[in-house]
Design a protein around this ligand. Structure first.
Ligand SMILES: [Zn+2]
Length: 65
């Protein structure tokens, strides 16, 4: 999609595009690129065990006397 006369630098025509970093608009006349989305993707990490490796052995239960 082309936005006519939308370049903030030269008032040229901006074409919208997307790459692995997200969406951006680039000017056809001067090459000025403007990101239109956040650069990084955010991931929701479920909160669980924080330490890597095998879980510790549970202590043996005391036998009932
Ligand atoms: Zn431009």
């Amino acid at each position: 999609m082309v936005d006519f006369k939308a370049c903030p630098r030269c008032k040229g025509d901006m074409v919208r595009n997307r790459d692995m970093y997200g969406e951006y608009a680039q000017c056809l006349q001067c090459g000025n690129a403007v990101h239109t989305q956040s650069a990084r993707a955010t991931f929701e990490v479920p909160i669980g065990r924080q330490r890597p490796g095998r879980p510790r052995k549970q202590k043996a239960k005391q036998p009932a006397a």
